[in-house]
Design a protein around this ligand. Sequence first.
Ligand SMILES: *[C@@H]1O[C@H](CO)[C@@H](O)[C@H](O)[C@H]1NC(C)=O
Ligand SMILES: *[C@@H]1O[C@H](CO)[C@@H](O)[C@H](O)[C@H]1NC(C)=O
Ligand SMILES: *[C@@H]1O[C@H](CO)[C@@H](O)[C@H](O)[C@H]1NC(C)=O
Ligand SMILES: *[C@@H]1O[C@H](CO)[C@@H](O)[C@H](O)[C@H]1NC(C)=O
Ligand SMILES: *[C@@H]1O[C@H](CO)[C@@H](O)[C@H](O)[C@H]1NC(C)=O
Ligand SMILES: *[C@@H]1O[C@H](CO)[C@@H](O)[C@H](O)[C@H]1NC(C)=O
Ligand SMILES: *[C@@H]1O[C@H](CO)[C@@H](O)[C@H](O)[C@H]1NC(C)=O
Ligand SMILES: *[C@@H]1O[C@H](CO)[C@@H](O)[C@H](O)[C@H]1NC(C)=O
Ligand SMILES: *[C@@H]1O[C@H](CO)[C@@H](O)[C@H](O)[C@H]1NC(C)=O
Ligand SMILES: *[C@@H]1O[C@H](CO)[C@@H](O)[C@H](O)[C@H]1NC(C)=O
Ligand SMILES: *[C@@H]1O[C@H](CO)[C@@H](O)[C@H](O)[C@H]1NC(C)=O
Ligand SMILES: *[C@@H]1O[C@H](CO)[C@@H](O)[C@H](O)[C@H]1NC(C)=O
Length: 578
Amino acid sequence: MHVMFLLPLLLSAWLVSARNSRSSVNRAKSTNFVSTSGGKFHVNGSEFQFVGSNAYWLSTLNTDKDISDTFQSMSAAGIKVIRTWGFNDVTEIPKNGTWFQHISNGTTTINNGPNGLQRLDKVVELAEKHGIYLLLSLTNNWNPLPGIDNMNTTVPDVSRRDVTPGTDNSLNRNFLSNDYGGMDTYVRAFGLNMHHDEFYSNERIIDAFKNYTTNIVSRYVNSSGILGWELANDPRCNSSLPSFNCTPQTVTQWHSTLAKHVASMDPNHPIGSGSQGFFCTGCPKLFPMSTKPSHPAPRPSSSVNNRRRKLPTAITKKGLITERAEKRRRTREQKKREGTLNADGIRIRGRWASTTTRRQDNSLGPAFDGSHGVDSEDILGIPEIGFSTFQLFPDQNLYAADDPNLSPFNNTLQGGTEWIQKQAQTAQLSGKPSLMTGFGLVTQSNAPSFIPFNSTMVSNATSTSAGGSDNRNSTVGVTDKQRDDAYSQWLRDGISDGVNGMLQYQWGQSNLTSAIGTSISPNSTDTTVAPSNGITISPSQNQTGVSPNDGYSISGIGEDGVQMELKTASQNIGTDAR
Ligand SMILES: *[C@@H]1O[C@H](CO)[C@@H](O)[C@H](O)[C@H]1NC(C)=O
Ligand SMILES: *[C@@H]1O[C@H](CO)[C@@H](O)[C@H](O)[C@H]1NC(C)=O
Ligand SMILES: *[C@@H]1O[C@H](CO)[C@@H](O)[C@H](O)[C@H]1NC(C)=O
Ligand SMILES: *[C@@H]1O[C@H](CO)[C@@H](O)[C@H](O)[C@H]1NC(C)=O
Ligand SMILES: *[C@@H]1O[C@H](CO)[C@@H](O)[C@H](O)[C@H]1NC(C)=O
Ligand SMILES: *[C@@H]1O[C@H](CO)[C@@H](O)[C@H](O)[C@H]1NC(C)=O
Ligand SMILES: *[C@@H]1O[C@H](CO)[C@@H](O)[C@H](O)[C@H]1NC(C)=O
Ligand SMILES: *[C@@H]1O[C@H](CO)[C@@H](O)[C@H](O)[C@H]1NC(C)=O
Ligand SMILES: *[C@@H]1O[C@H](CO)[C@@H](O)[C@H](O)[C@H]1NC(C)=O
Ligand SMILES: *[C@@H]1O[C@H](CO)[C@@H](O)[C@H](O)[C@H]1NC(C)=O
Ligand SMILES: *[C@@H]1O[C@H](CO)[C@@H](O)[C@H](O)[C@H]1NC(C)=O
Ligand SMILES: *[C@@H]1O[C@H](CO)[C@@H](O)[C@H](O)[C@H]1NC(C)=O
């Protein structure tokens, strides 16, 4: 495979025209589709490295003007790519609001009407008009239904979402990213045992999902406003439904099947996984990658960051453990020199040894040890997968063992930097471009709105990025300034490490039109759907005309700061990353 990347572009173009459809990697084209080759995205004959954002709710906005205004402000912030949901499954046809697919009674029905895929058509059309490319996601790992997923919970009405006592049922449909249907909606409708992994292995479900992708992919196959396809948001073994017999290879095999299916319909757009990029270090591979970099690592960016770039190497357990121990040793020595060493170690014959870090040393942590049930390296080896995907959400995932001599925020910051670097290296090894499809930190002002992706409830202080040392006791979230610093650092890391695209999560837009029963609803007291369980919703969820906030929206306080970071990064790409 890797020999192909060394061929001149012209030859690879010829290979594509000869319809070597096994490779979605080399697709130099004379059209203005985005293509991937030599570890980069290309468009209009130039390399395409970009900054962008996320707005899963775009097709649920109530007017075309709202969509247009949103793209307008995104464009003004230098944004070139937006990731959004290309799915909206319902089990009951809603009275109001957008929906794409009705899954019920053993059948699926596509809504081609004005409140159906015509809304997505409009999003695609207006994105293109504003020079924004869309990464369309085809389904979601997450669709928690409290009271249905856990059959032991007694609830008054199991046919609706958010009816479990104690949950916040005042959130409107499509407000949360996990309220658009997804894998578990298929499983509940077609599955035999209500296990999440049936989505990956039950033939009937695979068939139903293939049918859906056929509808969407063929609809936009000729649109140059689409960057590419994301097979699923965050695919993995675990979800709110339990898994029965799932290994990372189950998930990899599914990727291969679906990527082949999409590639067979669409020769124009590259395909990515949408996984969060978790590793299964040392696990057996179905699609082993070439172990040599198939193109030179990008040269370091001149101004932003002058740390020396290492040649990409494969991630190994031994390498990771050594690297982490070395980092902690360096911090300890520095803190010792400064006289600010925490009481984390004991002095043995003139040498510092740490009891706590030694214990942590032996485990790689969930981001690397396969415990999320996904092996992103194996997925990246699939020939039809054209680019790597990863996300960075320190409030919801652990990326590295914390260094006791760093503040929680510095650990968050550094953990992100290392994660981005590991992802860039892995993608470079594969010869495919890398795309950070979402990164975000919960701020203190957003904390009352923070709802993790696997949940329907406002989180009760689970943040790990906070400023205190005891997570359960510390204020949830970072300051706006810390968020801006982190975003700016990670964007710089991404650019200098050669990550090809970086999408912040998530965009916030105000002055939108509200309508009852949609993601942009009027103030709850104006409607008949006031909270019935006595739980008050947070003020930021109670604003007419503001896009949904799951704890990451930049709307309101601090909006300008994030927009400025995105714009600056976008300009840095333009000036010194080429
Ligand atoms: C479900 O499908 C069966 C068989 O096709 C049909 O008889 C029944 O009326 C359907 N029920 C609903 C609610 O559509
Ligand atoms: C590529 O060209 C098209 C058509 O001229 C244009 O609309 C689009 O903005 C260009 N893309 C980039 C990234 O420059
Ligand atoms: C439901 O309760 C039974 C008995 O307490 C237990 O064995 C089972 O694991 C529970 N199932 C779930 C999904 O919690
Ligand atoms: C998928 O589509 C085919 C052809 O339209 C249809 O025969 C089949 O029943 C569909 N499968 C499911 C599970 O909906
Ligand atoms: C959601 O994920 C977090 C980790 O991010 C985990 O601690 C929690 O138990 C999960 N909740 C559910 C309902 O699965
Ligand atoms: C956190 O990082 C900043 C910048 O590198 C540094 O000035 C500060 O001392 C660090 N704080 C801790 C507790 O590590
Ligand atoms: C949140 O956590 C606190 C302290 O652990 C607890 O007292 C409170 O009941 C929790 N609230 C909810 C809604 O779970
Ligand atoms: C939180 O902090 C208070 C006061 O510092 C302490 O008494 C309490 O035990 C802490 N709670 C937890 C869960 O650590
Ligand atoms: C929203 O609209 C009002 C009135 O038209 C205007 O004053 C305000 O600047 C707008 N806000 C934003 C964020 O566009
Ligand atoms: C649907 O929207 C209409 C017009 O805004 C409204 O009158 C009606 O109550 C809504 N229906 C529901 C179920 O929310
Ligand atoms: C929500 O909005 C209504 C109407 O403006 C207001 O009366 C109510 O206090 C708000 N609720 C919260 C929690 O902010
Ligand atoms: C909704 O609530 C916000 C404040 O939460 C207020 O500014 C706005 O005027 C309210 N809108 C309506 C229509 O009541």
